[in-house]
Structure formats: structure tokens, C-alpha cells
Design a protein around this ligand. Structure first.
Ligand code: GTP
Ligand code: MG
Ligand code: ZN
Length: 359
């Protein structure tokens, strides 16, 4: 029964100490405020936090959608006693706090980053989603939704491919079924996908199309500005006929994205340090790491010490910064400068505190 939810030998191994205490495994399929719905070996039950657990759980220690938990049965309920180690986790900063990271989805294998083809394509937003995904440990796929509403998606797909190095970019339509077969390749039995994207891009409609059933409520977007109405308000893991699991989520607000911006910089902060160290070893101090002899960056790329994807991301970031500097609009340039200064400052602070922990 639980194997349909992705239960594996590795999880069985992690679960052994809990089994010794007579607890049973379960997966969190719905999480809404302090309430949980759990999939167990014998069907779905309502979950509650065991008093002791609720008391002791540290920040980020509370179960979230996608988590595997150890439960004690109490009548109709599953009392959650522990959360199993997470293989991947999507985090964001908790509201009103600059420090606490809140886990919003756990044990996701593939992140479907959804953006609508009928609205303005925001490449920077896609980059932020990608950064969030890389931080989580899941594998990204970019979905350009509502392909039926776009006469010529090809140039938009190309623009997205240019920022999403090596990441699959699929144009899909829940209305016509276009692209759903290609998407199915990422939705293998027992794999868990999460749908992330702004309100109104059609996440829930896509879930319903994949499920062949009206599992999630959907709602028309606002006519005046094409914004969504924040229809989905909880996270729900849905078992698809294909055997894959898909987690529908509430539309992300920009505020969550600006948190992920810090994530972009953190991904880059470590790379920047490594690359700058390498560049200092190039034979020529003005080496552009192209065909110059004695280029330490190219050597590191060749022998695998420097990851090619990360090198491309780094180059892209440099281009973006250079572009911002070249811009002749002084206000835009200043805004950009401040944005990056803040990002780098936050990244440095995070890297520092991480080092202190590592030490
Ligand atoms: N033309 C077209 N419209 C679509 C498609 N998919 C979704 N829509 C419409 O887009 C609107 C919003 O869809 P939802 O599925 O509710 O969007 P959502 O991303 O789940 O939004 P939130 O739950 O608010 O985050 C609805 O009116 C859908 O009918 C599509 O493939 N083509
Ligand atoms: Mg929805
Ligand atoms: Zn070089």
C-alpha cells in the first residue's frame, strides 16, 4: 500500500528504530494549518501531532506535505511521533522572521516550475524558482502552461531555455492535452512532483487533467490584470493514475520569491569563491577563460573540479551584472546595484554563519 506513495528500502531502513517502538509509517498527503491527512498501510487517516512531539519539534521539524512520519494509532487518528529524515526539502523564510527557514514541501523528486504562456514571461522569476529548486535537492522541469492561448510559443521556449541551462522546458496545455505525454516522462510511478508557480497559471487545472478527475478546485483569473485569485490554499499530494504523486500548492506570492533571491546568491556565493580562487591562478591576470594558455578555470572544468553547469550559471550572473552596469538608465542601474548588494550581503552572512556551524 505505501509503496504506491513512494515507500522504499532506504525509508524502511530509516524507519527501523521507530518500528522497534511499535510505530507505523505514514506519508503526509495534506497539510493545512495544524491538521494533517496521512496515507497509511491501511488507508487514509487524520493526523495529529503527539503532544510531546508538538512541544519538542524545532523550527522546520514539524511535518509538512510529502514528509514520511512515524505514527501511533489512536482510534481513527494517527498520532505523529517523529518525522523521518528528508531527502529533499523546499524552504522559504518564515513570515516576520529573517532567520527561520520554514520547510514547505518535503521528499520531492521533481519540481514543475509553472509559468503561463498567456501572461508576461518573467525570466528572472524562472531563475528564482530554479534557484529554490537547486537548493531543495529536487530536479527542475519548467512548464509553460496554457500553450493553447499562445499563437507562437517557440521564441518564448527558446528564451526560457537560454536561462535554464540544461533544464527541460515543456509547453503544455491542460485544455488541449498538448505536452502532457512529454510531461508524463517525468512522472514515473512512486516519484513525487511538486507544482510551483504564481496564482492562476493553471497548476490545479493541470493536476485535474493528469488525474482525469476534478480533484482540485480551480477558478478563472481576474480579467483586468490576468492575476490569479489564490484559489488553492493548502498543499495536497495526489496519486495520479500513472502511479506518480503530484503536490499541488497555493500560488506563490512575490514575497516568497524575493526570499529565493537570497537563494540564488547562496548558490552563487560558494561558486563565486571557488571560481575567483581558480581565476587567480590563471597565467594571465586578464584571462577571460576562453582559449588563453594556462587557464586554471578551464583546467578545473576539464578535470571535473569545477562543475560545468555552475560555471555557466556564474558566467550568466556576470553577464547580468555587466548588463545592469551598462544600462544607461541611472535609476534602473542604481536599483539593480542595490538589489545585488543586498543579495550578496545576505549571502555572505549566510555563508559565514554556515562556516561557523561547520567549524
Ligand atoms: N486556455 C487555458 N486556460 C487554462 C489552462 N489551464 C488552466 N487554465 C485556466 O486558468 C485559470 C486558473 O487555473 P487554476 O488551475 O485555478 O490556477 P492555479 O495555478 O491552480 O491557481 P492558484 O490555485 O490560485 O495558485 C482557470 O480559469 C483555468 O481554466 C490551459 O491549459 N489553457
Ligand atoms: Mg490551484
Ligand atoms: Zn583563465
Amino acid at each position: 500500500m505505501l509503496s504506491t506513495y513512494g515507500w522504499s528500502d532506504a525509508l524502511q531502513h530509516d524507519f527501523a528504530p521507530h518500528a522497534a517502538h511499535g510505530l507505523a509509517p505514514a506519508r503526509v498527503i495534506v497539510q493545512q494549518r495544524g491538521r494533517y491527512r496521512l496515507a497509511t498501510e491501511t488507508g487514509d487517516v487524520e493526523g495529529r501531532l503527539l503532544g510531546r512531539f508538538a512541544h519538542e519539534a524545532a523550527d522546520g521539524g514539524y511535518p509538512v506535505a510529502g514528509d514520511w512520519v512515524a505514527i501511533a494509532r489512536k482510534g481513527d487518528h494517527g498520532m505523529i511521533a517523529a518525522v523521518l529524515p528528508r531527502r529533499t526539502a523546499f524552504t522559504r523564510k518564515a513570515a516576520g522572521s529573517s532567520q527561520t527557514l520554514q520547510v514547505v514541501a518535503a521528499n520531492v523528486d521533481v519540481a514543475l516550475l509553472a509559468t503561463s504562456l498567456n501572461a508576461d514571461l518573467n525570466l528572472r522569476r524562472i531563475e528564482r524558482y530554479l534557484a529554490m529548486t537547486y537548493e531543495s535537492g529536487a530536479e527542475p522541469v519548467v512548464l509553460l502552461t496554457k500553450a493553447d492561448a499562445c499563437a507562437d510559443p517557440a521564441p518564448l521556449i527558446a528564451a526560457v531555455e537560454a536561462v535554464a541551462f540544461g533544464v527541460p522546458v515543456l509547453a503544455v496545455s491542460a485544455a488541449t492535452g498538448e505536452g502532457l505525454a512529454a510531461l508524463a516522462a517525468y512522472l514515473a510511478p512512486g516519484r513525487t512532483a511538486v507544482l510551483l508557480g504564481s496564482s492562476g497559471v493553471g497548476k490545479s487545472t493541470l493536476v485535474n487533467a493528469l488525474a482525469n478527475a476534478a480533484r482540485m478546485a480551480t477558478q478563472a483569473i481576474r480579467e483586468d490584470d490576468a492575476h490569479g485569485r489564490h484559489t488553492t490554499t493548502h498543499r495536497e499530494l495526489i496519486l495520479l493514475p500513472s502511479g506518480a504523486l503530484i503536490l499541488d500548492t497555493p500560488g506563490m506570492r512575490e514575497i516568497a520569491l524575493s526570499d529565493a533571491e537570497v537563494g540564488v546568491a547562496i548558490v552563487f556565493a560558494e561558486d563565486t569563491e571557488q571560481i575567483e580562487t581558480l581565476a587567480a591562478q590563471c597565467r594571465f591576470s586578464d584571462c577571460r577563460h576562453g582559449n588563453e594558455p594556462g587557464c586554471a578555470v578551464r583546467e578545473a572544468l576539464a578535470d571535473g573540479r569545477l562543475d560545468a553547469d555552475r560555471w555557466r550559471s556564474f558566467q550568466k550572473l556576470q553577464r547580468e551584472l555587466a548588463h545592469a552596469e551598462r544600462r544607461d538608465d541611472p535609476i534602473a542601474r542604481e536599483t539593480e546595484r542595490r538589489r545585488w548588494a543586498a543579495i550578496h550581503k545576505a549571502a555572505r552572512a549566510r555563508t559565514r554563519s554556515k562556516r561557523e556551524i561547520d567549524d
